[in-house]
Ligand binder design. Structure first.
Ligand SMILES: C[S@@+](CC[C@H](N)C(=O)[O-])C[C@H]1O[C@@H](n2cnc3c(N)ncnc32)[C@H](O)[C@@H]1O
Length: 286
């Protein structure tokens, strides 16, 4: 998993908007909110020139994950969607001024107590709460490898992470204004209502061609479905993925112009034992 905490914490984001507030006049240092598999911060320099021509558009990320790209492109308007409802609850709660009033401790005992509490909230149907959002943040930082995994009953089942030290956030106020400019939704990408002033960036879980099982439950049929859905939109679109043979074939067949970029060494730890796999950027109407 990409650890982008160091570099993002160096990034200064301006809370841009048409009528800046006092807070938005300052440049505020933004640290990453969550650890998230598949973050594409490293790809931002390649995406920025494509986005710049459309930067007055609404940026739509139908599979938004950890928001590394959205933070990198800094749109004024955005629609950010993910199938993971707990992730979206967390962002929505940050938008409406999430504080920290649970105990965040990096110990096994505390972790399993908080995991149990989070799962109790899920069972009671109270997962759309501020408490669940704080617990989600805590579990994300304290659990094994920042994984986000649920059992078939929808209960979080990632084991304790054994990190030496963790710097937990004490509040999320630096993010509130930024996220307020953006809208969040949770569901399958295909449910989104796309507008004529949209620019779409699609970043599905990687295609892992040489494994029998699917990555994160995202099957080859899902890869085809998301690529087809993207190709049929009549607005500028960019789609990225691992440049496997079948992805290149699929994107080409659907009419995307393709650019291949080399994945930096520190990212490319995908265990295919087949050496580094490049990244493909598919573009339509950009
Ligand atoms: C590679 S990550 C996106 C990373 C993001 N672009 C970033 O740079 O931080 C892919 C995301 O797709 C989401 N996802 C998987 N299936 C989905 C679906 N059917 N509809 C919407 N989101 C989905 C996953 O939950 C995951 O967060």
């Amino acid at each position: 998993m990409e650890d982008y905490s160091h570099s993002l914490s160096q990034t200064k984001l301006n809370f841009s908007g048409d009528t800046p507030t006092d807070k938005s006049k300052e440049e505020v240092k933004i640290r990453p909110l969550l650890k998230w598999a598949g973050g594409k911060r490293w790809l931002v320099p390649h995406l920025e020139p494509l986005w710049q021509k459309h930067s007055k558009s609404r940026l739509v990320e139908p599979l938004c994950g950890g928001l590394a790209v959205t933070f990198g492109l800094r749109p004024n308007k955005a629609l950010l969607n993910d199938v993971n409802p707990h992730l979206i609850n967390f962002y929505n709660q940050v938008r409406s001024e999430l504080g920290v009033d649970i105990t965040m401790e990096n110990s096994k005992e505390s972790y399993y107590k908080n995991r149990q509490r989070f799962n109790d909230l899920v069972k009671e149907g109270k997962w759309k709460s501020k408490e669940a959002a704080q617990l989600f943040y805590y579990l994300n930082h304290t659990g094994y490898n920042g994984l986000c995994r649920f059992n078939s009953s929808g209960l979080f089942n990632v084991p304790f992470g054994r990190y030496k030290t963790i710097n937990y956030a004490t509040d999320f106020s630096d993010y509130t204004q930024l996220l307020k400019n953006w809208k969040f939704s949770s569901g399958d990408f295909s449910t989104l209502k796309i507008r004529q002033d949209d620019f779409i960036y699609v970043d599905p879980p990687y295609d892992v061609e040489f494994r029998q099982y699917s990555a994160d439950g995202f099957t080859w049929q899902d890869q085809e479905r998301v690529a087809r859905w993207t190709a049929e939109l009549s607005v500028p679109t960019v789609i990225t993925n691992q440049a496997t043979d079948r992805i290149l074939k699929l994107y080409k067949k659907l009419g995307f112009s393709l650019r291949i970029v080399k994945v930096p060494r520190f990212i490319n730890c995908v265990g295919t034992k087949r050496g580094p796999v490049n990244e493909v950027i598919g573009m339509k109407g950009v």
